[in-house]
Design a protein around this ligand. Structure first.
Ligand code: NAD
Length: 463
């Protein structure tokens, strides 16, 4: 905060999701601490926003270079606090440092000028908003924090960033490394408990809230930010469908499908959660998926043989167990269920594939955030499209097959912000990302995402 490490005797314990033991403790920021962070960000704004675009870009690039020198340590902390395999932690960190940041830092939002008859010379400018509140979830703590902070800062805003209650460690460590590269107050990272988010969204000195989390919390953020009419970007939950057309080759696509469904142990907003497979290839594809599932090893992220980690936190694990009870009560057929490690207090849920459950059951329509996925057999494509679109979510979707025209035609019928063809989950910093329906409001990534951290200003000069 304001370029300083602030410690406090009020602490929050951070648990290791594999052992359940205490991993670390962090400052439990209270209202006065939040006020200090906001004041620091406010005070830093005039200086930071008046720097040239290139000056800000160069400072941010230096900050990312500094983090690169500590990649191994950041991956170790991320593996420890999130529980995922180390190489997946490495993917998350390097995705920001080697792909996202370099791509973003090439973007610019220059003024544009033209003459408009009867008005004069028009100049259109993108100007920063002021102080931005960034709130991120626990499933990709580093990535989802920096995909907010970096564009906000590049555009000239200053930032108060709050990582999730369960996973603040990697982001705090990263902030500690870059706090002397960026001017004081430009980026403030605060940890805290359940009250800190609501205090932020109702704080009158933020001009914008950039939030990623569940749709349920998104609604609260929307309501809370309304009182002070803040700008909002809400990236929320997803229940992504995939439709496999009859001309798909099951062996060729099974691995990609499995990865799309079970990456991060299913704790991903755009993981593929409901798979609709044409009846003619249902058996061949489900056998291929089962074969992928048999090769998974759940365990400690630091064990090099582990392919999937635990559920990150106890409330999420309890939600998953409740869903599992509903599935059992409904006597839903199971295609496959793997083994979960029994030793220790680890929050492990086995890889589970449901065999053609009722597509409109409540436990299918809700977002299942864990390694529990439903596979449906369809005969009629129109019906599959209707069911695929039949949830309150619209984040991602995909279509799999071989005939380009059929793939494109089905893709256009799916109600989602991103529809992939023969792939899923493949986000790129140049490509805008947004949710339809309850999956969000606003855009991240790409130039469209960068513009969300700006006010548009027009200067109309009568000549
Ligand atoms: P969550 O909504 O519980 O929490 C997200 C963040 O909001 C955390 O930092 C939390 O501390 C904070 N928060 C909680 N209550 C708040 C409130 N009332 N006001 C302000 N902030 C509050 O979500 P989660 O469980 O951490 O993350 C999982 C969810 O995030 C899933 O639904 C997932 O689909 C979604 N998600 C979406 C995207 C996307 O880009 N659309 C990406 C990742 C995760």
């Amino acid at each position: 905060m304001n370029g300083q490490r602030i410690d406090s005797s009020r602490r929050i314990k951070i648990s290791d999701p594999v052992t359940g033991e205490e991993l670390a403790s962090v400052t439990d920021t209270q209202k006065d601490g939040l006020d200090q962070a906001v004041q620091a960000a406010k005070a830093a704004f005039p200086h930071w926003s008046s720097k040239t675009w290139n000056e800000r870009r160069d400072l941010l690039a230096s900050a990312m270079e500094e983090l690169k020198a500590h990649t191994d340590e950041l991956c170790t902390i991320l593996t420890a606090e999130n529980g995922r395999p180390y190489r997946m932690a490495d993917f998350e960190i390097t995705r920001i440092l080697e792909t996202y940041a370099p791509t973003l830092l090439q973007m610019e939002l220059p003024d544009s000028t033209w003459n408009e008859t009867g008005v004069g010379q028009i100049t259109k400018r993108y100007v920063p908003l002021g102080v931005v509140a960034a709130i991120s979830p626990w499933n990709l703590p580093f990535l989802l924090s920096f995909t907010k902070a970096l564009p906000a800062l590049l555009a000239g805003n200053t930032v108060v960033l709050k990582p999730a209650v369960f996973t603040p460690l990697t982001v705090l460590r990263a902030a500690d490394y870059i706090r002397e590269i960026l001017p004081p107050g430009v980026l403030n990272v605060i940890s805290g408990g359940d009250d800190l988010g609501p205090w932020m969204t109702s704080h009158s000195d933020f001009q914008k809230v950039s939030f990623t989390g569940s749709s349920e919390t998104g609604r609260k953020v929307f309501a809370s930010a309304a009182a002070t009419l803040k700008h909002l970007t809400l990236e929320l939950g997803g229940n992504d469908p995939g439709i496999v057309l009859p001309d798909a080759d099951p062996q060729a696509i099974a691995q990609d499908l499995f990865r799309s469904m079970f990456a991060l142990s299913g704790q991903g907003c755009v993981t593929l959660k409901r798979l609709f497979v044409h009846e003619s290839i249902y058996q061949a594809l489900t056998e291929a998926l089962e074969s992928c599932a048999q090769h998974q090893k759940l365990g400690d992220g630091f064990d090099s043989e582990t392919t999937l980690g635990p559920i990150q936190n106890r409330p999420q694990f309890a939600r998953l167990q409740k869903t599992w009870e509903e599935i059992q009560e409904a006597k839903t057929p199971i295609l496959y269920q793997g083994e979960a490690p029994s030793e220790g207090a680890g929050l492990f849920f086995p890889v589970t594939l449901l065999d053609n459950p009722p597509a409109e059951a409540a436990y299918v329509i809700q977002e299942n955030f864990g390694p529990l996925r439903a596979v449906f057999k369809y005969r009629n494509l129109d019906e599959a499209v209707r069911l695929a679109n039949g949830t309150p979510y619209g984040l991602g979707a995909s279509v799999w097959g071989t005939d380009p025209e059929s793939l494109e035609a089905v893709a256009r019928r799916l109600d989602a912000g991103t529809v992939w063809i023969n792939q899923h989950l493949n986000l790129h910093p140049n490509i805008p990302f947004s949710g339809h329906k309850n999956s969000g409001i606003g855009i991240e990534y790409g130039e469209d995402g960068l513009k969300e951290f700006c006010n548009l200003q027009v200067i109309a000069n009568k000549r």
